[in-house]
Design a protein around this ligand. Sequence first.
Ligand SMILES: *Cc1c(COP(=O)(O)O)cnc(C)c1O
Length: 366
Amino acid sequence: MDYILVTRPALPPLNEYVEEIRTIWENRWLTNSGPLHQELNQKLAAYLGVENLALFANGHTALELGIGALELQGEVITTPYTFASTIHAILRNGLTPVFCDIDPETLTIDANKIEALITERTCAVLGVHVYGTPCDIDKIDKIAGKHGLKVIYDAAHCFGERLHGAGIGQFGDISMFSLHATKAFHTVEGGALCAGDAALTAKVDRIKNFGFSSEEEAEDVGTNAKMSEFHAAMGLCNLRHIDDYLENRRRIAERYTERLRGIDGIGLLPEIPGLTRNYIYYPILLKKPYRLSRDELKDCLAEQGVLTRKYFYPLVSRFACMKGIDPGDTPVAEAAADSVLCLPMYDTLELEDVDRICDCIIKHGF
Ligand SMILES: *Cc1c(COP(=O)(O)O)cnc(C)c1O
């Protein structure tokens, strides 16, 4: 059987990549902020509409080192409805995650429930723009301002998105983009951190390179989390095609929405005024009167050769490594983890396949 996969990485034509890495053979500059890294850094900052951008070996270390650079202590209010990385980045900085429930529409942190969780140990709020849907940025800003908290965004899903014209990486003290192979734009492995402040960007740039501030001085305790020239080259190639990739995703998402909208029992991504989505995922949320459970629909689609993903399931707060950490009271997040299914979504998915998937969902659900 020919399977339809849930995702497939975008790739530029091979000869374009070969052309892009030719200069590496000429100058023998393989990593450590080479010319391709510098070019990508500058072009991505412009594309993302942010002033200060630092590139990393992957999104997770961008987030972990970005949080480290803020020099926080105590508790970080966040949500369990996310990828494991978000919470590991908190814990690996010696901080304690405090789990807040999510909004049932946007599936992002419920800003109305944040203040009740604030204690004298709270130092930050870490929101995740889940599936590219922004958190309630204005409300979180107000709460953070009132209580003197830092604001951190896991924007791993949000590459290229704009909210009322502003690059989504502009919000909060720091925002992280993942440039992993499965994201809407990638450098094979890679990540980017946007900071409101140039000094903080310089600091994370040092930390990713052993803390070096000059050839003979290390100002910070650092690590190695640099992006190589080969990864930057992939980014430069993909950036030339990004408008096509995103346009294809938009067409695919529109077809899904056309077919599935207005069906009782199938919830779709919310419409957010002023948001340009990248359609990184196409999640559906199943509820009554839809006949099948999420897991039953997943199996039913798999029998037809359509692979889907329970994303996010289980909640991060349920992992074995979270033993000893209060999972909090998050019934909305629990319900979402049990009812969301991400359908196949990638730039080269055929519209006929989208129709086949929708036929199957509709036929078996009622
Ligand atoms: C992909 C992802 C990450 C981690 O990014 P990597 O580049 O894979 O390290 C973190 N948070 C979320 C929500 C993600 O989807």
